[in-house]
Design a protein around this ligand. Structure first.
Ligand code: NDP
Ligand code: 8X3
Length: 250
């Protein structure tokens, strides 16, 4: 029986690579994001490999999130795998000059958005007494780096929520995992630096993780036997030793 996965943030980076990886292995997909054209083109590209449904909503909007998930057609309704991936950093400023809109965005998307999506999907999993939730955290959820303040706080929250989910959903046999990457070359820095060319330098001088590297680990986690849960993964590129130590050759 084919499994069904819902992936948030499937229009780019880690989410899109995970969609490709899952499609290759015949997992049905519900792909979520705000950029409809991207959703359409990914659906076109992958529909030869698996069944795809797309949902366009902003995870910050509680009503829109619940409504979108309630609208999922019956053939996709039994969601076996939830990949809570939508998220970004917004800005890189010391706390004393941080921007309130950036703080709202990071808390509302990375933390509250993850909760809204989970709230809509968990009841189906508890009813069926099965499921797997993977939250995409970050190395920023395990350590705090200069100017990372609120982004790091949002990812520490993701890690705490992941652990809370694992505890509370344990009686239902639901797996809960956190995959925590370090630097991954995606649109992440374009978003963080709002189009400033400084973003071009973030991945220069070393080979950062690629979205596909993370997608492979996510796929590994969802293909373990029923008795195995990959609870928590921290993954770096070889050049990275911690949030602040990256060996660059420039
Ligand atoms: P990208 O910017 O490439 O992708 C972010 C995805 O999130 C997009 O698909 C975007 O879709 C979606 N998204 C953003 N805001 C919203 C929103 N308000 N509502 C719905 N969807 C939204 O970044 P990554 O792939 O790198 O990031 C994915 C996750 O990985 C994030 O949680 C990030 O924090 C985490 N991460 C990234 C690392 C990195 O170095 N790149 C390292 C560690 C963790 P759309 O714009 O279409 O809505
Ligand atoms: C993204 C990686 O180091 O920019 O979570 O925080 S980092």
């Amino acid at each position: 029986m084919k499994r069904t996965a819902l992936i948030t943030g499937a229009t780019s980076g880690i989410g899109r690579a995970t969609a490709h990886q899952f499609a290759k292995h015949g997992i049905n997909l519900i792909l979520c994001g705000r950029r409809q054209q991207r959703l359409d083109s990914i659906q076109n590209a992958l529909s030869r490999e698996t069944d795809i449904h797309t949902l366009n909503f902003d995870v910050r909007d509680r009503e829109a999130t619940l409504k979108a998930i309630a609208s999922i057609p019956s053939e996709f309704k039994n969601i076996d795998i939830l990949i809570n991936n939508a998220g970004n950093a917004h800005g890189l400023d010391p706390i004393e000059t941080g921007n309130l809109d950036d703080w709202d965005a990071m808390i509302d998307i990375n933390v509250k958005g993850l909760l809204y999506v989970s709230k809509a999907i968990i009841p189906g999993m508890t009813k069926r007494k099965s499921g797997h939730i993977i939250n995409i955290g970050s190395s920023a959820g395990k350590e705090v780096y200069p100017k990372g303040n609120v982004y790091c706080g949002s990812k520490h929250a993701v890690l705490a929520i992941t652990e809370g989910m694992r505890v509370d959903l344990n009686p239902y046999g639901i797996k809960v995992s956190a995959i925590n990457p370090g630097l991954v070359e995606t649109e992440f820095s374009e978003v963080r630096f709002k189009g400033d060319p400084i973003a071009d330098n973030v991945y220069k001088g070393y080979k950062a993780l690629q979205a596909e590297d993370v997608a492979e680990v996510i796929h590994f986690a969802v293909t373990r036997p029923a008795h195995v849960n990959i609870a928590d993964v921290l993954m770096f590129c070889t050049a990275q030793a911690s949030s602040t130590i990256v060996k660059k050759e420039l």
